[in-house]
Design a protein around this ligand. Structure first.
Ligand SMILES: C[S@@+](CC[C@H](N)C(=O)[O-])C[C@H]1O[C@@H](n2cnc3c(N)ncnc32)[C@H](O)[C@@H]1O
Length: 340
């Protein structure tokens, strides 16, 4: 019995250890846009190799490995097609994650080479890996910055329906999305609620790439470029921040929250939309994201208690925490007393 468990334990550990090989293979498949090359159906490896400037024999081994994980399928020897899972790696798929996966290969994987240093110092390693802090790097490398925005768009596209289903946005007069990226989530809420006006707030070079116009909402949505540590758009009755606070330390989070408190109406509401870490050993994507945020930026995912503590310090009271049909939860908070 004991030795069976040990045997299973060994295999499980090896599986976890080897999973990085599949992760790296998937990053490469996304970077080489292999799924786009298969959009019209299965093709021989030689054609895919020519189109991706790779060696056929080497590419075959990558495709075969990922076929073993359900991404591609070898329909006949040396000829590969996409599975329904692999379809989501196509750039034009409505639930595509290609940009996210490719960028994880370029940025996250490289930064994780410095993870041991992070454990010793507690400081994020992006600057060590790339020579400057992440937001500066994305600004100075516009192609990488645009890819980051696309990756965030991909996340929001997958998550937005679950958020809109979980929270009742009706009756909101002015909704302010702080760190709203290209406006994917805000556009979804505004489309569902014609009575609501929106404000998209993010760094100036990021809001330049907004998608509010694509949704035909420019007449109902202000686009504001600025710094989340500076003055925030005032007068909203609902403020939201999705996947923003996890990038910052506790001190920085309190400063951002205090800025929101100052900007919002006294009877306003704040929504933090984040991966809230469940207590105990429950498997949850927040735990891997948390480690990634530490290694990348010195940020963190947080438990409900940790969010409550930071919100309290910034002059808010948590009303409720609402689960969604995604890995995100919505922490709803309201101001207590006068702004700090
Ligand atoms: C992880 S992304 C989330 C984007 C969007 N809320 C979403 O969920 O798709 C974090 C956002 O914070 C923005 N950001 C980072 N530093 C900022 C700053 N100092 N001021 C304003 N926005 C900032 C980034 O440009 C980015 O759009």
């Amino acid at each position: 019995m004991g030795s069976d468990i040990a045997q299973d334990g060994s295999l499980q550990l090896l599986e976890i250890s080897e999973s990085f090989i599949y992760a790296r293979a998937l990053h490469l498949a996304a970077e080489l846009k292999l799924a786009d090359l298969l959009a019209d159906g299965p093709r021989p490896t030689a054609e895919l190799a020519e189109a991706s400037a790779t060696r056929p024999a080497a590419l075959y081994r990558l495709l075969r490995a990922l076929a073993g994980r359900g991404v591609f399928t070898e329909v006949e020897t040396g000829r590969f097609g996409l599975t329904p899972v692999g379809e989501c790696l196509r750039s034009d798929h409505p639930r595509s994650v290609r940009a996210t996966v490719a960028q994880a290969g370029r940025l996250t994987a490289k930064t994780f080479n410095h993870a041991e240093e992070v454990l010793r110092t507690g400081e994020g390693a992006f600057t060590t890996a790339f020579g400057q802090p992440v937001w500066d790097y994305l600004q100075e490398h516009p192609d990488e910055g645009a890819d980051f925005d696309t990756a965030m768009h991909e996340h929001s596209r997958i998550e937005r329906d679950a958020i809109v289903a979980a929270y009742d946005f009706s009756g909101t007069a002015r909704l302010v999305d702080i760190g709203g990226g290209d406006g994917t989530l805000l556009a979804t809420v505004l489309t569902a609620h014609p009575e609501t006006a929106g404000v998209l707030f993010d760094l100036p070079h990021v809001v330049e790439r907004h998608r509010i116009g694509d949704a035909g909402l420019t007449d109902r949505c202000e686009i504001v470029g600025g710094d989340v540590f500076g003055e925030l758009p005032a007068g909203g009755d609902l403020y939201m921040m999705k996947s923003v606070l996890h990038g910052w330390t506790d001190r920085e989070v309190v400063s951002i929250l205090t800025g929101c408190r100052r900007a919002m109406k006294p009877d306003g509401t704040l929504l933090l939309i984040e991966r809230v870490i469940p207590v105990g050993d429950t498997p949850h994507s927040s735990k891997a994201f948390d480690l990634a945020m530490l290694v990348m930026a010195g940020g963190q995912e947080r438990t409900q208690d940790e969010y409550t503590e930071l919100l309290t310090e910034a002059g808010f009271r948590v009303e409720r925490v609402i689960g969604t049909d995604s890995s995100l939860s919505i922490v709803e908070a309201v101001p207590t007393g006068a702004a700090l």
